[in-house]
Design a protein around this ligand. Structure first.
Ligand code: HEM
Length: 185
């Protein structure tokens, strides 16, 4: 994955736990990179090792780290670093969600070697939808749950995501039911 992902993990850890803990996590992960370059590609292995080591050092389940990382990604990495892209994708949570399937095609203009996830929205109502998440990567469903929570906060429309199908139990993708309270008109 692009270095910006590892940088965002670093930013989340340093913000909440400080530099020394981050150095400890990198050492435990066996990752010998001083500075991650946003535009450079790193093997996915590095990101998974950093998340696993963070789980060990912080004594938190990996899933919890990934949920936190999803929120951080939307609220800090996305909103602060790529505010224009985020704003262009919608003014409200439901609008943003409907545009999500096309979101990473814009990101690909900045990061041409991106291997993005693929999303589809079905069963759309005023207060919920089903989000279908396709990826060649493993184990990132909790990250998607955190992304949805982060988007809810970003739009001041608290949202919950419940996984209703898991590709690790067969099938070719994960499905989440995403629900929010509709805002009064
Ligand atoms: C402007 C904000 C965003 C940028 C710049 C961005 C960029 C990226 C990058 C660089 C990766 C790593 C993939 C690679 O390097 O090959 C990635 C992965 C991912 N992104 Fe985004 N993204 C953004 C917003 C979002 C949002 C809003 C969502 C969903 C709500 C999302 C969902 C994901 C997921 C689930 C992955 C993991 C990859 C996988 O599942 O295979 N991203 N994105």
């Amino acid at each position: 994955m692009y270095g910006m992902v590892n940088k965002a993990v670093e930013d989340m850890v340093v913000t909440h736990h400080g530099e020394a803990v981050w150095e400890q996590i990198k050492a435990m992960a066996g990752v010998d990179v001083d500075v991650f370059m946003s535009n450079e590609n790193y093997t996915d292995d590095i990101t998974y090792k950093l998340v696993d080591a963070a789980s060990e050092v912080l004594k938190m389940p990996t899933e919890q780290i990934l949920v936190g990382f999803g929120e951080h990604w939307v609220l800090h990495t996305g909103a602060e670093g790529y505010g224009g892209l985020m704003k262009a994708a919608g003014k409200t949570l439901p609008e943003f969600m409907r545009n999500l399937p096309d979101f990473h095609s814009r990101v690909t203009l900045i990061f041409p070697k991106l291997q993005p996830p693929h999303f589809e929205c079905t069963d759309i109502t005023e207060r919920s939808l089903k989000l279908h998440y396709y990826s060649h990567r493993k184990g990132l469903a909790p990250f998607v749950v955190g992304l949805m929570q982060g988007l809810g906060k970003n739009f001041n429309t608290p949202a919950v995501a419940r996984q209703v199908a898991d590709k690790e139990q067969g099938g070719d993708h994960d499905v989440f039911e995403v629900a929010w309270n509709p805002k009064p008109a």
